[in-house]
Ligand binder design. Structure first.
Ligand code: KIV
Length: 278
């Protein structure tokens, strides 16, 4: 990571200043090559704990560890120049106390070079957000459907319908008042997303929360068609990279079996010992 890259990268303050302005464009990334692809087009790149399900084949995000987030955060950092890098705090690394959250958030920032951390929870996390922000750790909040609470919710269900709306609204106000610079709002009805976005002073970044939000985020493997285990309604597929890769791998396997690969152009001719490999 170079000092120049740090200076050029968008800051949490710059993202916060986008409230009500040009939509904030966000995607996840977990590796250096994908970070290089998304960085020129995105304002914010999130190393989400979705990495556990998307790259590691885990059934939920619950067993993602701080070490996993650090490793992927470091990889993504190497591929980013201009976007703000945000790294998720995994389940069990921040809920116990503000002090526990600070210790682990500080490690994430020091070891990955990220510009901010994200954590899940509304009113219950407000004190922790305030504690982190007061100590120099910019926080992106995450409310609505918070996947780390999947067991408490009883599934990945839409949040904030009917009487549940008041709680999500109170969560949004609580994280904004606590000093979060923006908030991910996941899987809530459009009318609620619109109300929250109009009500709080920080940008709402929606995922399954309608165009009423100040920005949008998707899991990059979902929108590229690389993660196909399931497809939430809110995902738009912009490419079928998985299908393209499958066809390419099938063609390679057929070529090897039929001895069409390697061909002459892939083979090293005889030459002097130690000659330049070409
Ligand atoms: O883990 C993640 O990728 C996320 C986004 C989907 C917002 O939290």
């Amino acid at each position: 990571m170079s000092a120049t890259a740090q200076v050029k990268a968008l800051t949490p303050q710059a993202i916060a200043a986008r409230k009500g302005g040009a939509p904030v464009v966000c995607l996840t990334a977990y590796t250096t090559p994908v970070a290089r692809l998304v960085d020129p087009h995105c304002d914010l790149v999130l190393v989400g704990d979705s990495v556990g399900m998307v790259l590691h084949g885990l059934p939920s995000t619950l067993s993602v560890t701080l070490d996993m987030m650090i490793l992927h955060g470091q990889a993504v950092r190497r591929g980013i120049e201009k976007a703000l890098l945000v790294v998720d705090m995994p389940f069990g690394t921040y809920e116990e106390s503000p002090q526990q959250a600070f210790r682990n958030a500080a490690r994430l920032m020091a070891e990955t070079g990220c510009g901010a951390v994200k954590l899940e929870g509304g009113q219950s996390m407000a004190e922790t957000i305030r504690f982190l922000v007061a100590r120099g750790i910019p926080v992106m909040a995450h409310i609505g459907l918070t996947p780390q609470a999947v067991n408490a919710f009883g599934g990945y269900t839409v949040q904030g319908r009917g009487e549940g709306a008041d709680k999500v609204r109170a969560d949004a106000r609580a994280v904004a008042d606590a000093g979060a610079f923006s908030v991910v709002v996941e899987k809530i009805p459009e009318s609620l997303a619109r109300a929250i976005t109009g009500e709080i002073s920080i940008p709402t970044v929606g995922i399954g929360a309608s165009p009423a939000c100040d920005g949008q985020v998707l899991v990059v493997d979902d929108m590229l068609g690389l993660f196909t285990d399931f497809r939430p309604k809110f995902v738009k597929r912009y490419a079928e990279v998985g299908r393209i890769a499958d066809a390419a791998i099938a063609a390679y396997a057929a070529d090897v079996r039929e001895r069409r690969f390697p061909a002459a152009e892939h083979v090293f001719p005889d030459g002097p010992a130690g000659g330049i490999a070409a």
